[in-house]
Design a protein. Sequence first.
Length: 208
Amino acid sequence: MSNVHVSPHPLVAHKLSLLRQASTEPKKFRQLIKELAALLVYEATLDLATEPVEIETPIMRTTAYRLQEKIGLVPILRAGLGMVEGIWELMPSAEVWHIGLYRDERTLKPVEYYNKLPTEPTVSVCLILDPMLATGGSAVATVDILKRWGAKKIKFVGLIAAPEGIQAMQSAHPDVPIYVAHIDERLNEHGYIVPGLGDAGDRQFGTA
């Protein structure tokens, strides 16, 4: 699993524990999602290319560095929406493109219902955002969509993953690195991550 990156940060572990608790209310849940997303994307963007630029400080002229690559955030609706705000605070110039997928509860396969990507790619790096990498179906389908669109550099950023979801992603798209806070034990018979944290969308939006 050389392209799977599990955060070693103690703040990530602490906040994930709070997120998992059944007693965590939607408002706090959304805040934790926002904070975890910012921490994880910090790690996921360590290899972004930069370029030198001459600037004037209050003291003198010097060489500094700025991002060379344009970033696109691709939240998978609806649970991925909660991750955008935390990342946007770090990268306010990032574009946001939404992909709508839902899981057919009978087949556990993803069904696309929303896609507003422009005709040609407008960003250099796409960060797929989804709190849960469960069966991997939605993540794989989103990568398929982005590659057909012409995206060259894609990463997945989530909170928790099941081994089955990681396997599905690596089998379909071994070139896409995965960044998560934790790898859980397994999927249950209903396709939910165990021990998991419940339905991330329902818990964010108070619709459980």
